[in-house]
Ligand binder design. Structure first.
Ligand code: ATP
Length: 808
């Protein structure tokens, strides 16, 4: 298959990762790969100049004599002179040669190396009026046939994907016309009777239905939250109000998630305008209440497309005037504009586009004239294929529902996460207290366990505010079970947790002591403090603690209360859940560090950096880190290390450096989990590579250590913390109500009331702790199975992987 990829519409971070993944996966699967510069416009313009002569055979000559079972397609497709055209963004001259005449460019495996770290799209994007016409599409079809391309990956927004579908539907007719006009031969017409198309959604707004996330949205959210964190400190210093306008013409995702993650007081989104004409009164009343209890800063977030319930636009300046005139607040407006679009992609916008790009190639390879064009999306943690036009139609239906003032429908057409996030925002931003009967009131204990992880404080803030709103009492247990034994407990307040969304570390304090240090005493503390429920936020320790408490129910009635574990650990080693809070923050820290290291390694040319990561006996961070940074090799505890592997890997690196263009070698990364081997330590590996690299490469090491734990939690961790915590609280309330139906003295909690909240594939699931044990490797403190087992292989394959270039 000859496949081409183009990026179209507005640019977004992560588009380069898509191009990289599609090109590399395509070549590994035996395809010939092309990129189209400047979106559909490039397709219409095509190539008017001949391609520079590529010299694949020269590359093959560089291979060592002993290679065997090589992926010949990879070797033959390492680099092309055509690929050089991409290195000059101006489209003018490169090496004295005009490149305006080549828009459809053949690229090889190494032409897209290192594209991860770049924002925007390196192959250019455009909005093409000509492609909207049949004439334009006829030219596009001709240009594809001329190059022999029969499959197209389009990465763009709903407009671009609509264009893709129109093109595919029209294709047979375009081919007939081209043949009739004598522009293509009968053989060409027969060989190109069907165009395979797959779409990927590149859009910072996250405005596409049927997928949880679009490519670029996590990075845009990151940029917004960085701005909010900066604004918050100045706002608090001057006791100011800020009105922040963020992108999103028809979709409020960025404003909503920024509101949740940034702890805003009020938000305006197109899908859910304020219900009453008197929204100014309601907003002022809400903000006034917050100010009354002592809040020093106010943050209102407005989506670009915010409207009132009569569809009149709500402008930031107007909101500012309202806050100034009615509440007397010193109010400033900040419009973030294009800063949201740009910048280095966060880890999420490297991993997701990579997995989706690989899936896109699979979908093309499986495509037949009878299958629909697919759009590749994601649901929780599962990469999915959905019929492209169904997704586009559903997306358009949101805009139609808004125009018809059917806002309930508009909300229902967004993914469930959107609605949950909205409910979460209302719960955590409104200062209200339900009046509930005394017997329904709960005293909810909240505890952090194990090492700190990004999102622990955000989860605690959410739990606190949920409790207060629903008439319950949130109680912080400081310093884990040791703190409980010392009665180090205090009631959390609405204002006290206000700034916790963005705080890293653990505000409650944490340690690794399990309740087994003195189970009887712990039970008596439960009784003494009258706990009706326990929320534990932490890693493997929290799971082990929950198990001990549940088993303790046999002897101690005090444990017959709902108890939940919300996984939070950078190692992501809690069994059965595919994500833990903190792992995204940690991955971002790793990506930041590796980008800097790689830059240094590349500056000094032939240098291999051995980067050591945390993770205990779990290779999640190392594997995902390798996928997000394009590391050449990754060592994990699950796979282990031995001499044979090391010998193979040294030969592989030598071959890779031999295959590099002379004078153009770049740095390479090797990621090693701290416990991948007791013997082959980072130091040993680094020295070995230095010794063996000879004149080809040098090596250095870097240990990331605790930097992976700290820092500001990522918006994705904060938003996930809020969403999952609300589910935890609903779970607790439900089980509390069930228990209340039993006589107080003999209450018996069912085993499933002690459970762990998990993300499994496309859904959030509760797993009773007793069931979880069967899936846990208690000695190595990780799950028995792992969804990311294949990630190490994929990361290494996309770097060239030893076996693929014939090193065994
Ligand atoms: P963004 O979300 O950033 O706006 P988008 O993909 O929706 O991205 P559009 O400007 O709507 O951006 O579309 C990009 C390009 O896709 C257009 O310039 C046009 O070339 C092509 N396109 C859009 N709609 C159609 C259509 N109905 N038929 C043919 N081509 C189309």
């Amino acid at each position: 298959m000859k496949l081409a990829i183009l990026t179209s519409g507005g640019d977004s971070a992560g588009m380069n990762a898509v191009v990289r993944a599609v090109v590399k996966a395509g070549i590994l699967k035996g395809c010939e790969t092309w990129v189209v510069r400047e979106g559909y416009e490039g397709l219409v313009r095509g190539n008017t100049e001949a391609a520079p002569k590529s010299e694949p055979s020269k590359t093959s000559q560089n291979l060592p004599a002993n290679y065997r079972n090589t992926n010949i397609n990879l070797i033959q497709n390492l680099r092309f002179g055509d690929g050089d055209l991409l290195k000059d963004g101006t489209g003018d001259f490169i090496g004295g040669r005009t490149i305006k005449g080549r828009y459809i460019v053949r690229v090889g495996f190494d032409d897209v190396r290192g594209w991860f770290a770049e924002g925007g799209t390196l192959i250019g994007t455009a909005r093409s009026k000509t492609f909207r016409t049949r004439e334009g599409r006829l030219a596009a079809a001709y240009n594809l046939v001329k190059e022999g391309i029969d499959a197209l990956v389009v990465c763009g927004g709903d407009g671009s994907l609509t264009g893709a579908d129109v093109f595919r539907a029209e294709w047979p007719e375009l081919i007939t016309a081209l043949h009739a006009e004598g522009r293509i031969s009968k053989e060409q017409a027969e060989a190109h009777s069907h165009l395979k198309i797959v779409g990927l959604v590149g859009s910072i707004d996250n405005d596409m239905s049927m997928t949880d996330l679009t490519i670029g949205a996590p990075t845009a959210l990151h940029r917004i939250c960085e701005a909010i964190d900066n604004i918050n400190s100045t706002a608090a210093s001057h006791s100011r109000a800020f009105v922040l306008e963020v992108m999103g013409r028809h979709c409020g995702w960025l404003a909503l998630l920024a509101g949740v993650s940034g702890g805003a007081d009020f938000i305006f989104i197109p899908e859910r305008p304020p219900p009453h004409d008197t929204w100014e009164d309601e907003m002022c009343a809400c903000i006034h209440r917050h100010r009354e209890i002592g809040k020093r800063k106010t943050l209102v977030i407005i989506a670009e497309g915010a409207i009132d319930s009569n569809l009149n636009p709500i402008h930031a300046d107007y909101v500012k005037d309202v806050l100034t005139d009615r509440l007397g607040l010193d109010t400033r407006v900040t419009t973030l504009g294009h800063t949201q679009r740009g910048g280095r992609p966060v880890a999420y916008d490297r991993v997701l586009p990579t997995l989706q790009g690989v899936e896109a190639v699979e979908a093309l390879l499986e495509s037949t004239p009878d299958t629909p064009s697919y759009m590749i999306g994601v649901q929780e943690n599962k990469i999915i294929r959905v019929p492209l036009m169904e997704a586009v139609a559903m997306t358009r239906a949101v805009a139609t529902a808004i125009e018809a003032k059917d806002f309930d429908k508009a909300m229902s057409l967004r993914d469930p996460e959107f609605k949950e996030s909205f409910d979460g925002f209302i719960t955590t931003s409104t200062l209200e207290q339900k009046d509930i009967p005394v017997e329904k009131k709960m005293r909810v204990a909240i505890m952090h366990m194990g090492a700190p992880a990004g999102g622990m404080n955000a989860a605690t803030r959410t739990a606190t505010r949920w409790c207060i709103r629903n008439g319950h009492t949130p109680l912080a247990i400081h310093n884990g079970f040791r703190g409980l034994l010392d009665d180090y407990i205090h009631e959390l307040s609405w204002l006290g947790v206000d700034s916790w969304m963005s705080r890293g570390g653990s505000e409650l304090g944490t340690n690794r002591a399990l309740p087994s240090i003195d189970l009887g005493a712990i039970a008596s503390k439960f009784q003494h403090h009258n706990f009706d429920a326990l929320l534990m936020i932490g890693g493997f320790e929290a799971f082990s603690a929950l198990l001990i408490l549940e088993e303790g129910r046999k002897h101690y009635p005090a444990f017959h209360v709902p108890m939940v574990h919300l996984p939070a650990t950078i190692s992501n080693n809690v069994p059965m859940t595919e994500h833990s809070l903190g792992s995204d923050t940690s991955l971002n820290a790793l990506v930041d560090a590796c980008d800097a290291i790689k830059q240094s390694a590349s500056a000094s040319r032939n240098r291999v950096f051995v980067v050591e990561t945390q993770g205990g006996k779990c290779g999640y961070i190392a594997s995902m880190g390798a996928l997000a940074t394009g590391a050449s090799l990754v060592y994990t505890p699950e796979t282990g290390m031995d001499l044979d592997t090391l010998r193979r890997d040294v030969r592989y690196l030598k071959t890779r450096y031999t295959l590099d263009e002379r004078g153009k070698s770049e740095g390479r990364l090797v990621i090693r989990n701290e416990q991948a081997s007791q013997v082959y330590t980072t130091e040993v590996i680094t020295k070995m590579l230095k010794e063996e690299g000879g004149s080809l490469f040098d090596s250095r090491s870097a240990s990331l250590g605790h930097t992976l734990q700290g820092g500001v939690p990522s918006p994705m961790d904060r938003a996930r913390a809020a969403r999952l915590t609300l589910k935890c609280m609903t779970f607790i309330e439900r089980h509390h109500e069930l228990l209340q139906q039993q006589p107080r003295k003999s209450r018996h909690a069912s085993p499933d009331s002690a459970a762990v909240i998990t993300i499994q594939s496309s859904s959030v699931q509760w797993v009773p702790v007793q069931e979880m044990v069967q899936h846990a490797d208690m000695i190595n403190r990780r799950g028995k199975t792992r969804w990311w087992d294949g990630i190490k292989d994929l990361a290494e394959a996309l770097a060239g992987r030893p076996e693929l270039i014939g090193i065994h």
